[in-house]
Design a protein around this ligand. Structure first.
Ligand SMILES: Nc1ncnc2c1ncn2[C@@H]1O[C@H](COP(=O)(O)OP(=O)(O)OP(=O)(O)O)[C@@H](O)[C@H]1O
Ligand SMILES: C[C@@](O)(CCOP(=O)(O)OP(=O)(O)O)CC(=O)O
Length: 391
């Protein structure tokens, strides 16, 4: 029997933004995708989930609190993650009788996102990665990040990529049980550390079509989609891995923009059509096009997830030419006040960009300046005290 001690472990986990998009499930129950995908993990200085997992005989039942409000954890996805993690802990306990019997104790999990939940800022990715990582830490599991990615995938597909830092591929796998549908590191953050991103937050509202149901509708109704998964994505995965290995920004950018457009094209080809981008998103696309034209080469790349926010990737040495343009257009919005924002010099806007600039001014509420970053980071900063109370 375990005593009435409160066992605790905490982690921070990052957001990731895909450059080759996951869109479509071949098995909705196991969250198995129709195609592989690839993402960049973003720095936790700017966007992160902080999660503490604890277990004790004192707790009445399993619970999860997110940003101060109780969450329903009865859903199949959360339950699948919990069951897998408990099975792994049970195996450890069976092999070593000196270990406390934690697998059978109720869990209390407290989590905080430092960014808006369900606003298309990949909160489910950081959230489920943190959830799985924190419980794995609590249970002292020996599992590798790839093994844990198999579990996080069942919470939310994109979450499996947040178990790693840097450049991460989610290999779709082909086994029916999903055991080979896991994330692997393509390159660590240090390999290409001057990758930067400016996120233009177009709306902090909850989106109207969730990723989960949107992609199901696309799989069922889009004819463009078949070509995307059979040919376009497999080819781009290889090209993207090479672009990253070579640190070839022009190739990285071209693939990133094409793949975002291909994903949104399949959304438009869905019946009824799904619109995640809006006029503000399209103005961001125009502005990036004009920045690239003015530079005479591709120095910026836009990508959009299931929402209107633009994520614009660029390299540190092009900061003035990329982030600088957005600063001169959006300098009065929230997000430039930190040291990183202050160091960006406002640059001249490209010629003929007035219409796009006006649209951005109207539709963007804040910017987030960030960069490629590491995977989950273990922390002693606990959201639950030694008596089991939320702090
Ligand atoms: N810290 C967290 N811990 C556990 N679950 C979380 C956490 N943060 C978010 N989630 C889960 O993720 C859900 C939001 O996911 P959703 O896919 O709707 O939005 P998103 O991740 O912001 O957008 P997208 O993945 O399409 O970019 C929340 O309702 C919650 O169930
Ligand atoms: C557009 C995307 O951001 C879709 C993310 O979808 P989710 O991972 O949120 O979907 P579920 O597996 O149903 O939880 C593309 C991507 O991140 O690859």
């Amino acid at each position: 029997m375990a005593d009435n001690k409160v066992y605790r472990a905490s982690t921070f986990a990052p957001v990731n933004i895909a450059v080759i998009k996951y869109w479509g499930k071949r098995d909705a129950k196991l969250n198995l995708p129709t195609n592989s995908s690839l993402s960049v993990t973003l720095s936790q200085d700017d966007l992160r989930t902080h999660t503490t997992a604890s277990c004790s005989t004192q707790y009445p039942k399993d619970s999860l609190t997110l940003n101060g409000s109780d969450q329903d954890i009865s859903g199949a996805r959360t339950q699948a993650c919990l069951a897998e993690l408990r099975t792994l802990r049970r195996q450890l306990e069976e092999s070593d009788s000196s270990l406390p019997r934690l697998a059978s104790l109720p869990l209390k999990i407290v989590s905080r996102n430092n960014f808006p939940t369900a606003a298309g800022l990949a909160s489910s990715a950081a959230g489920f990665a943190a959830f799985v990582r924190a419980i794995a830490n609590l249970y002292e599991l020996k599992s590798t990040p790839t093994e844990l990615s198999r579990i996080a995938r069942q919470g939310s597909g994109s979450a499996c990529r947040s178990l790693f830092g840097g450049y991460v591929a989610w290999q779709m796998g082909d086994k029916k049980d999903g055991s080979d549908s896991v994330a692997v590191e393509v390159a660590p953050a240090e390999h290409w550390s001057d990758m930067r991103a400016v996120i233009l937050v177009a709306s902090a509202e909850k989106k109207d079509v969730s990723s989960t149901s949107g992609m199901q509708q696309t799989v069922a109704t889009s004819t463009l989609f078949a070509e995307r998964i059979a040919n376009t994505v497999p080819r781009r995965m290889q090209e993207m891995e090479k672009a990253i290995a070579d640190k070839d920004f022009a190739a990285f950018a071209s693939l990133t923009m094409k793949d975002s457009n291909s994903f949104h094209a399949t959304c438009l080809d869905t019946e009824p059509p799904i619109f995640y981008m809006n006029d503000t998103s399209r103005a961001a696309i125009r502005m990036v096009d004009m920045i690239n034209s003015e530079a005479g080469k591709t120095i910026a790349a836009y990508t959009f997830d299931a929402g209107p926010n633009a994520v614009v990737y660029y390299q540190a040495h092009d900061e003035a030419k990329v982030a600088g343009v957005f600063k001169s257009v959006l300098g009065d919005k929230e997000g430039w006040e930190g040291a990183r924002g202050k160091s960006v010099e406002a640059a001249n806007t490209p010629k003929d960009s007035q219409i796009a600039a006006d649209r951005l001014k109207e539709g963007i509420s804040r910017v987030i300046l960030t960069s490629v970053g590491p995977g989950p980071i273990k922390t002693e900063e606990s959201l639950i005290d030694e008596n089991g109370n939320t702090v």
